[in-house]
Design a protein around this ligand. Structure first.
Ligand SMILES: Nc1nc2c(ncn2[C@@H]2O[C@H](COP(=O)(O)OP(=O)(O)OP(=O)(O)O)[C@@H](O)[C@H]2O)c(=O)[nH]1
Ligand SMILES: [Mg+2]
Length: 246
């Protein structure tokens, strides 16, 4: 097995899953709707994958990098840009992506921030369609108290989540390794945490293909999609390339 394949397998991925992930996001993704209260959420049963994190951590930017469409989700230097649950979908895809308002400090009136916090908690705790939360952590800051509060809540409600370090273009490789290790220590023994930290930069488009691969794996594991992307074994038999348990 090539070193690259072994590296992928170690994190639960494969070439087939990376290809499948690329295919998912080669389509045109569209803004579907903005929701200010849980009662406004769709009832079509489609799987949801949400981006959560402190204000300004880079949720909307990461979503744009994922779908490879620059201005799809609105981004801003001012914390508190995303103020609703913004739903994005693509034709023929059995899942949608949800860009969430941030928690923590925001340049917005206190009552607005409280309303978002309520909406965030309500959504993360009570949405059966929610299959995975990517919890974004700014690589310069690491896990903070309000991140830990969210992780605890997700553990208690058994919503599967995965940590994504953002803005790693702002750090040196050694610094990235240190924050990655400290975050990994912080999620040890957390029941709902996926045991791998994704290292990304939306600015430099780093780690985005890995993230797509994780989404492909999730959909495959849920039985929502079966990928054709195959790995030929040399004898003319093609395996799915998606059958790598952790
Ligand atoms: N250097 C760098 N800057 C980034 C990266 N991702 C996002 N940013 C910047 O960080 C700021 C916040 O990005 P957003 O994507 O709006 O963050 P958000 O988490 O959606 O913010 P809220 O919606 O306000 O909670 C913007 O100025 C982005 O340009 C990155 O990978 N590298
Ligand atoms: Mg945003």
């Amino acid at each position: 097995m090539a070193a690259h394949e072994a590296d992928l397998e170690a994190i639960g991925l494969s070439e087939g899953l990376l290809d499948a992930g690329d295919q998912l996001f080669a389509r045109e993704w569209l803004f579907e709707k903005g929701v200010v209260a849980a009662s406004g959420l769709p009832v079509d049963g489609r799987i949801e994958i949400a981006f959560a994190g402190r204000s300004n951590v880079g949720k909307s930017s990461l979503l744009n990098a994922l779908v490879n469409q620059k201005g799809l989700a609105r981004t801003s230097n001012t914390p508190g840009r995303t103020q609703e649950l913004n739903l994005f979908s693509a034709d023929g895809m059995p899942f949608r992506i949800v860009d969430m308002p941030g928690y923590g400090f925001a340049k917005a009136p206190l009552d607005a921030v409280e309303k978002w916090n309520k909406l965030i908690r309500r959504y993360l705790q009570g949405r059966v369609e929610l299959a995975r939360v990517f919890v974004l952590i700014d690589s310069r800051h690491g896990l903070k108290k309000n991140d830990l509060d969210i992780l605890k809540m997700l553990d208690e409600t058994a919503v599967s989540y995965q940590i994504v370090l953002t803005k790693t273009d702002k750090l040196k490789p050694g610094q990235i390794e240190r924050v990655k290790q400290s975050v990994l220590d912080g999620i040890q023994r957390r029941p709902a945490a996926y045991p791998f930290i994704a290292v990304t930069s939306s600015e430099k488009k780093q780690g985005i293909d890995t993230l797509r691969g994780f989404i492909a794996r999730l959909l495959n594991d849920l039985g929502a999609l079966q990928f054709e992307a195959g790995v030929d074994d040399g004898a003319g038999n093609s395996s799915s390339g998606t059958s790598h348990p952790l």
